[in-house]
Design a protein around this ligand. Structure first.
Ligand SMILES: NC(=O)CC[C@H](N)C(=O)O
Length: 370
């Protein structure tokens, strides 16, 4: 095989599968949980989503890189075209990696991965890889770019589900994004996407991002009008401190919104459950049905754990579910001002059909009712 960048690449799965392809991006070896997304575009946003920490991402769309990587646009400290300041995936696997042809591209996907030390592998049969993951469920794997993979098993000692990745993605101290007088929302930042910041801040709120391990007292010191538990990487059951903080915040009866990891933490804090899914939902075109009016929306997802129907806390009801597999995609509390979505209402990348969920939260804040 002749490789465009001049070096080979390999993917190894823990079931013993070894696939040879071409390397691109940085030369190196990384381990991670192998997951796939069926998003057709939005790779600058997906690769910088902190919820992908610890994972090797396979993109099923056959060509990746066509429109390059744009120059970051930052407004009020909020990135408009990336979800965080760095690439978060451990490695990237694509069928074909292309050079950019777009007016606002400032670098190729290859150069971006290289500059951030992230290995990529191309020229592999991603359909075969995804079929394996769909049949067997997500597995640990090793990606190697430009380096022979002699003993891949030695990289597989640690299991994805046992590592608290929020230690790498949560800020060490609070970060404030001024609003225009609408009051304060505290956003518990275990590795949030800037799209969530943008949606809250553009509704006038000052957003205070606090570290994932802040206590309820530290959060309530800001006298917030609402608290948002945002997205984040890894197994929610490892975050016992965060679950305790959530329970304490509930005592204050302050309006709460849970997004993705925050939806899962809501379930765990209020007596429900969360379980690992076979291969998760990762895409920008996943259907969810709003049970309040039976409307179906196309939404953005990135989750490997899920709340199933029987896992919903007894004081909450299902708000959205995925018609493909029944996974609960949103919940509303019966009495308290608490709403959640498992999907991403900020939808970056993805269709903005459901950004009204943030308007709904604004109404919950204003009325004090769910
Ligand atoms: N995007 C997220 O917040 C993901 C939540 C959790 N880490 C999961 O994989 O299910």
């Amino acid at each position: 095989m002749i490789c465009k960048r001049g070096y080979k690449g390999y993917i190894y799965l823990e079931d013993g599968t070894l696939i040879e392809g071409c390397g691109f991006g940085a030369k190196g070896i990384k381990a991670g949980e192998v997951v796939f997304t069926t998003s057709m575009n939005g790779y600058p946003e997906s690769l910088t989503d902190p919820s992908y920490r610890g994972q090797i991402l396979v993109i099923t769309h056959p060509l990746v890189g066509n429109y390059g990587i744009p120059k970051p646009i930052v407004e009020n400290g909020i990135l408009r075209n990336f979800e965080s300041e760095r690439i978060q995936v451990e490695g990237l696997v694509v069928a074909e990696e292309t050079d950019p042809y777009k007016w606002n591209s400032q670098m190729s996907l290859h150069d971006w991965l290289k500059s951030e030390g992230v290995p990529g592998v191309s020229d592999v049969d991603t359909r075969m890889l995804v079929k394996k993951v769909r049949n067997k469920g997500v597995m640990m794997g090793v990606i190697s770019s430009g380096i022979e993979l002699d003993d891949p098993k030695k990289y597989l000692e640690k299991k994805y589900d046992e590592i608290d990745f929020t230690q790498f993605t949560s800020p060490k101290s609070p970060i404030i994004h001024q609003g225009n007088g609408k009051g304060i929302i505290v956003l518990v930042d275990c590795g949030i996407k800037h799209g969530i910041l943008y949606q809250l801040n553009s509704r006038g709120y000052t957003v205070v991002r606090v570290p994932c391990n802040f206590t309820a007292n530290q959060i309530m010191d800001y006298s917030p009008q609402g608290v948002v538990f945002g997205n984040g990487p890894g197994n929610p059951k490892l975050l016992q401190g965060l679950i305790k903080t959530y329970k304490d915040i509930v005592e204050y009866k302050v309006p709460i919104m849970g997004i993705c990891l925050g939806h899962q933490i809501t379930s765990l804090a209020l007596g429900g459950n969360v379980r690992k899914m076979k291969y998760g939902h990762r895409a920008i075109n996943k259907p969810v049905i709003d049970v309040t009016d039976n409307k179906c929306y196309i939404t953005t997802h990135n989750h490997g754990y899920g709340v199933f129907k029987e896992d919903v806390p007894k004081d909450m009801k299902v708000w959205f579910y995925n018609p493909d597999d029944g996974v609960v995609e949103g919940m509303i509390h019966n009495k308290l001002p608490i709403i959640t979505t498992q999907f991403h209402p900020e939808a970056r990348p993805g269709p903005w059909d459901v950004t009204w969920v943030f308007d709904k939260f604004k109404k919950v804040i204003e009325s004090g009712r769910p």
